[in-house]
Design a protein around this ligand. Structure first.
Ligand code: CCH
Length: 286
């Protein structure tokens, strides 16, 4: 399946500093929207498949069915709707650029690292370009080894290594799971609007047991107030992943640095304009 050329690109006249300010204003009204913006950026980018060079943030195809209805994307309308007034205010920016910029701004506004971001993504014109369902990770594959393998399958397909995987999942320091969207219930940390290395510290320092309830398998601490998904726990069960969990738990600066790099890479996966630019540069040397 080839990705049909999209027809709209951000016009050169966009003042991205002003767009940033407008995104910050949306977050100031309700800071719970910042984690949702971060997740929107991740889910629009994480559909990338390296082998076929399809999916990814280019196109903002999650505006369309079937992608917007995929189970993994349940609840992300909150972030898309919250950004709609910004798109109205700056009609020249593409949705694809706006969503990824909002992800970067959200990380920064929550106290995280500055993520390098550049414009150039196009908007697709229809759902024909939507990636197939199933490209984003499930939180549980029933067994420890199956869950670990699943995480690797999904993120290696995008082109990430174990260190980048652990850094990226550190984003679960912020936000909540929502019963009505994913079946899971609760935040990972006690400061869910502060971007930090808290996920890693909680994973290593707290005591995690399976919650007894009739929802999906998930872990909770002794208070029952904070939670971990099976995939989060898997990062401590696998030896290779655990190495990085320990590194990031001990060193927030290192986490911030690695997260910023991996997140920029994620947001740029499969962006045609950047790929063409890189090809031109390589061509000059060959
Ligand atoms: Fe995630 N995530 N995520 N996640 N995620 C959920 C919520 C957030 C997985 C599953 C879930 C990343 C990786 C993974 C965020 C950022 C990232 C939810 C709850 C599930 C389930 C959704 C709901 O109920 O609303 C799994 C599985 C993986 C990989 O193994 C990565 C990578 C990132 C970003 C870089 C953020 C932020 C949230 C909170 C959203 C909110 O609305 O508060």
């Amino acid at each position: 399946v080839s990705c049909k050329e999209a027809e709209t690109t951000s016009k050169g006249s966009v003042n991205y500093d002003k767009v940033r300010e407008a995104i910050v204003k949306v977050i100031e009204v309700d800071d719970n929207i910042a984690p949702a913006m971060l997740r929107l950026a991740w889910h629009s980018s994480g559909s990338y498949d390296k082998k076929t060079n399809t999916g990814g943030s280019d196109g903002a195809t999650m505006r369309f069915s079937p992608e917007k209805d995929y189970a993994a994307n349940a609840g992300l309308f909150r972030a898309r709707d919250a950004l709609e007034p910004v798109k109205k205010q700056f009609p020249e920016i593409t949705y694809a650029d706006l969503w990824t910029l909002a992800g970067a701004v959200a990380v920064e506004e929550m106290g995280g690292p500055k993520v390098a971001w550049r414009p150039g993504r196009r908007d697709a014109v229809s759902g024909q370009e939507c990636p197939p369902d199933g490209r984003l990770p499930d939180a549980d594959k029933g067994t420890l080894s199956g869950t670990v393998q699943h995480i690797r399958d999904i993120f290696y397909r995008m082109g990430f290594n174990d260190q980048e995987i652990v850094a990226l999942v550190g984003a679960h320091a912020v936000g909540h799971t929502h019963k009505q969207f994913s079946g899971y219930d609760g935040p990972w940390t006690r400061a869910p609007t502060t971007f930090s290395n808290e996920l890693f510290r909680e994973l290593l320092e707290n005591k995690w047991t399976l919650r007894k309830w009739n929802g999906p398998d998930m872990f909770e601490d002794p208070t029952g107030e904070i939670i971990m998904l099976p995939t989060d726990m898997a990062l401590t069960w696998d030896k290779e992943f655990r190495k990085y969990v320990e590194t990031y738990a001990a060193d927030q600066d290192r986490f911030f640095e690695d997260f910023a790099k991996a997140f920029q890479k994620l947001e740029e996966l499969g962006v045609k304009a950047f790929q063409e630019e890189a090809k031109k540069k390589r061509g000059w040397f060959s």
